[in-house]
Design a protein around this ligand. Structure first.
Ligand code: LLP
Length: 422
């Protein structure tokens, strides 16, 4: 459920009509709903009520500091994968003790900065990383809390580019070697072993792969305890999928996911950490664009928008489906007709949808991409010298620009001409 509904024939974000935002900031833009973000965070928090837990929002899904503050103020922790994301979490007021640091390639500088600033736990993905953390922490005279990310060799049954839990993927330490690496961790100075971490992929639409991975984590935890390690936390990663179409997709609900976690891991008495990104932010955001031209081609019509693959790359990168709806509800009796919905970027891959039935629209009309709050703005680029588009946050009947559209002067000011050409 989200808070983007038609009222009097006009699509609203909470109580704000989208044309009002479009008039104020221009198109294209991203818009997020505070109420939907809040609701989705609470679904996870309540799914684990009764179990000691921390819901750490995966910042990679949506890293706007205002969005992070909405969640941080509700008590969310944060999962970061770069020191840039760490700075964003801190800027949103989230303390280090609620930030976990994941990622397969943390640099020494990043490790040091996180240790200086305070960190809840590093999710360690290799022996060299483990040794570097030990060296840096011991040198600073501090102890780094760590969990090892294990690779359980489980097929997440999702898009191959976002599956991470198979042995051929670059992520984690093979679960078969985990005891050996935990033994080394226990011997290293500056390291405190606190838990086990796993993340098998994103946009999972069934619980079975999670259950398979968590069952392996439960077995490993028992073995590690028998080896003498204090395992007090289990970080289960993110990955619960969302419905991208309003019709037939019904991924499992957070409450069922929570129940399955308790079933598979509840007996261990560990604190549970989860790292959802997409389910919290995805359906809490829209991308709003305008029609530039309608164009008739050979046997097909094109709807050319002012948003492009550089603003929302998911359709061209993963062949992902996003529902695209008119902001003004079509009058009854207007038949939808199939169109290719494209952006202005100079490649054929800049296609959002092929032969999508759409009501008749004209230049200047607004459309909204649903499910664009996660992996939307964060993956945008300035390809074709198209400045990054603004982000807007709605709260009831207010809205605020939470990232402004840069001017062309600002965009150009980042480049410099070397002295020898001046
Ligand atoms: N934790 C770790 C260690 C992760 O790598 C990820 C996502 C998450 C948590 C959050 O997963 P979520 O709950 O959002 O599924 N750009 C792709 C998605 C990449 C996901 C990468 N890792 C897309 O647009 O579909």
């Amino acid at each position: 459920m989200d808070h983007f509904l038609y009222r009097d024939g006009i699509l609203h974000a909470e109580n704000v009509p989208l044309p009002q935002i479009a008039a104020a900031v221009g198109t294209p833009f991203y818009v997020y709903s505070t109420a939907t973000l809040t609701r989705h965070f609470r679904l996870f928090d309540e799914a684990l009520a009764g179990t000691d837990h921390l819901v750490c929002f995966a910042i990679k899904a949506n890293s706007n500091v205002a969005v992070l503050k909405v969640l941080g103020d509700l008590g969310a922790g944060m999962d970061v994968v770069s020191i840039g994301e760490y700075h964003r979490a801190r800027a949103a007021g989230v303390p280090g003790e609620r930030i976990v640091f994941s990622g397969v390639g943390k640099t020494r500088d990043e490790l040091r900065t996180a240790l200086e600033g305070g960190i809840r736990q590093f999710n360690v993905e290799s022996e060299p990383e483990l040794r570097a953390i030990s060296e840096i922490a011991a040198g600073m005279g501090v102890v780094a809390p760590i969990a090892l990310r294990v690779n359980p060799d489980v097929d997440a049954r999702t898009h191959e580019k976002i599956a991470t839990g198979k042995s051929e993927n670059k992520f984690g330490i093979p679960i078969a070697r985990a005891r050996e690496v935990y033994a080394e961790a226990a011997r290293l100075p500056g390291i405190s072993v606190v838990g086990v971490d796993v993340h098998i992929g994103s946009q999972l639409t069934e619980l079975a792969p999670f259950r398979a991975a968590f069952t392996k984590v439960a077995e490993l935890t028992q073995a590690l305890r028998a080896d003498g390690h204090q395992i007090t936390r289990l970080d289960l990663g993110g990955g619960l999928g969302i419905p991208y179409t309003r019709s037939n997709e019904t991924p499992p609900l957070p409450v069922d996911y929570g129940r399955m976690i308790v079933e598979t891991l509840g007996d261990l008495g560990c604190e549970i950490e989860i790292e959802p990104g997409r389910l919290i932010a995805g359906n809490a955001g829209l991308l709003v664009a305008s029609v530039i031209w309608m164009k008739s081609g050979e046997g097909r019509d094109f709807m050319i928008l002012d948003a492009a693959m550089n603003d929302l790359v998911r359709p061209s990168m993963y062949g992902a489906h996003h529902d695209i709806v008119p902001v003004h509800e079509p009058l009854p009796g207007l038949e939808p007709a199939p169109v290719d919905i494209v952006g202005p970027v100079c490649e054929t891959g800049d296609t959002f949808a092929r032969q999508r039935p759409m009501p008749p629209l004209a230049p200047g009309d607004l459309v909204a991409f649903r499910s664009a709050g996660a992996y939307g703005a964060v993956m945008a680029s300035e390809y074709n010298s198209r400045p990054l588009i603004p982000e807007v946050l709605v709260h009831e009947d207010h809205f605020a620009v939470i990232r402004a559209r840069p001017s062309y002067e600002e965009m150009l000011a980042r480049d410099t001409i070397p002295e020898w050409m001046a």
